[in-house]
Ligand binder design. Sequence first.
Ligand SMILES: *[C@@H]1O[C@H](CO)[C@@H](O)[C@H](O)[C@H]1NC(C)=O
Ligand SMILES: *[C@@H]1O[C@H](CO)[C@@H](O)[C@H](O)[C@H]1NC(C)=O
Ligand SMILES: *[C@@H]1O[C@H](CO)[C@@H](O)[C@H](O)[C@H]1NC(C)=O
Ligand SMILES: *[C@@H]1O[C@H](CO)[C@@H](O)[C@H](O)[C@H]1NC(C)=O
Ligand SMILES: *[C@@H]1O[C@H](CO)[C@@H](O)[C@H](O)[C@H]1NC(C)=O
Ligand SMILES: *[C@@H]1O[C@H](CO)[C@@H](O)[C@H](O)[C@H]1NC(C)=O
Ligand SMILES: *[C@@H]1O[C@H](CO)[C@@H](O)[C@H](O)[C@H]1NC(C)=O
Ligand SMILES: *[C@@H]1O[C@H](CO)[C@@H](O)[C@H](O)[C@H]1NC(C)=O
Length: 480
Amino acid sequence: MESFCSNSFSSRLLLLFVFFVLSQRVNAGEPVLELVKGFEAKPDSSVVSFQPLLTDPSGNFSLGFLRLNGSRLSLAVTHPNLTDPLWVFDPTRSASWSHKTKLFFNGSLVISDPSSRVEWSTHTNGDRVIIRNDSNLLVVKTTSSVEWESFDFPGNTLVENQNFTSAMALVSSNGQYSMRLGSDFIGLYAKVNEDSQQFYWKHSALQAKAKIKDGSGPILARINPNGYIGMYQIGNIPVDVEAFNSFQKPVSGLLILRLEPDGNLRGYLWDGTHWALNYEAIRETCDLPNPCGPYSLCTPGSGCSCIDNATVIGECIHANSESPVDFCGKTAEFKVVRRGGVEVPFKELMDHKTTSSLGECEEMCVESCKCFGAVYNNGSGFCYLVDYPIRTMLGVADASKVGYFKVREGVGKKKSRVGLTVGMSLLAVIALVLMVAMVFVWFRSWSREKRVLEEDNGLSPGPYKNLGSDSFRSVEMSRR
Ligand SMILES: *[C@@H]1O[C@H](CO)[C@@H](O)[C@H](O)[C@H]1NC(C)=O
Ligand SMILES: *[C@@H]1O[C@H](CO)[C@@H](O)[C@H](O)[C@H]1NC(C)=O
Ligand SMILES: *[C@@H]1O[C@H](CO)[C@@H](O)[C@H](O)[C@H]1NC(C)=O
Ligand SMILES: *[C@@H]1O[C@H](CO)[C@@H](O)[C@H](O)[C@H]1NC(C)=O
Ligand SMILES: *[C@@H]1O[C@H](CO)[C@@H](O)[C@H](O)[C@H]1NC(C)=O
Ligand SMILES: *[C@@H]1O[C@H](CO)[C@@H](O)[C@H](O)[C@H]1NC(C)=O
Ligand SMILES: *[C@@H]1O[C@H](CO)[C@@H](O)[C@H](O)[C@H]1NC(C)=O
Ligand SMILES: *[C@@H]1O[C@H](CO)[C@@H](O)[C@H](O)[C@H]1NC(C)=O
């Protein structure tokens, strides 16, 4: 009798406990639509990829802690089916994923991490934080006046209706490429040196519907829901329309524009089920800023090769990060590689000199220790001097277009040992491949188990998904 009693008591306790846990979970799963003064959050050590803190009314976008590289943290606005976040608090910094890091709202949205010396704030005096259904994160007053918005601080992505002004830059996630507005054009730039940029794509305003007027202020760019990037100076009549694939086709869904790590600018359309590729600024691989790496050639139709035939594609020249940035000073010895059938990429955006001979053109590069190479067009007499480390050059059929390149010595020395070590390296490579394969197989089965576990328990707290998967494959395919 007694044991029955205590049994039923304990089962009742158990029931109560289960109920308690369940109701807790329901609460935890409910989307938070606004943050008010006094809000505070810390990263949860059990979260693998994304810890949501706030969502928009449609449930498509979340603000939360995004885990980077295992132990770093960024405050980000994400979409569950997009690999990269739509917005991050600061693309150049991250906090640590530790209990020392906290996010709070006291009128300003503040993230602070004394251990990484990260302190970031919206510097506002608002009453609430919300996300709009277009992913714009806002700090607002009760009067609804907007004190701060994430749309004013884009990262690598521009969202439909977001105003991109000449004071802003879109920067690719690897920090290598940027998009900016000129007086009458959209430009893409590659970082080639500490302090110089290569201009590699330009879209000038056609000014068909409206003209750009001097003294009427800078232009701005905005993605129009009707499927184009519009450039505007005054009002809503565009000075230029750069069409997406969905231009003038009735589609519903959100459009975004993203500067990607390969330097291309791509547009995507969220149609409610997946992000479809909808625009690509650069269609040809060889028109990308650096598709084959340093000291390489990209030849339309046949792909990548090395400027120096003796080297191997993929590692044409090992750019040593410790080596000086130019050929000035006595440590900077180099050998010369000459080759026909070469052009500088984006030559229409590059300065040139006119010389009467190839020798004269080369001589200018020989004399300047800042020069990495010279490319001469025998037909036009144009001489292009490259004053940053050689990246991907353009391969052309015309052999009278000749390139002269300085290649740092030391690379040659390494090569002379190649014959000796090639057998040993081959063995090492085979061993490595085997090892990687084993680890991969183990990791796959481990992560699959783990995922199943998480899905079953609902432990995975966020909708954020790391994608290389399903929905994105279709995008990748259509890219080819
Ligand atoms: C993550 O790791 C990669 C390579 O290890 C590094 O380049 C990158 O800067 C790291 N990112 C952060 C936010 O620490
Ligand atoms: C909010 O907190 C930050 C950081 O602690 C502080 O600098 C700021 O003055 C606070 N703002 C208000 C309105 O209390
Ligand atoms: C987003 O919100 C606006 C009003 O703020 C509404 O007109 C629009 O239909 C909403 N869009 C979606 C996709 O829910
Ligand atoms: C963008 O700028 C236009 C005027 O130039 C303005 O009407 C519109 O509200 C702005 N959009 C946003 C999202 O701020
Ligand atoms: C997401 O956005 C689409 C349109 O962009 C909208 O139809 C849908 O209702 C939104 N919400 C969810 C939860 O998908
Ligand atoms: C590399 O090979 C191509 C064709 O195979 C030849 O035209 C070129 O002169 C060679 N270049 C060098 C630097 O050896
Ligand atoms: C360059 O042009 C000159 C005369 O125009 C010609 O004599 C010479 O052979 C050309 N060189 C090459 C490499 O085509
Ligand atoms: C988008 O993400 C959500 C949440 O992770 C997932 O349920 C859905 O299947 C994804 N959609 C596609 C098309 O991958």
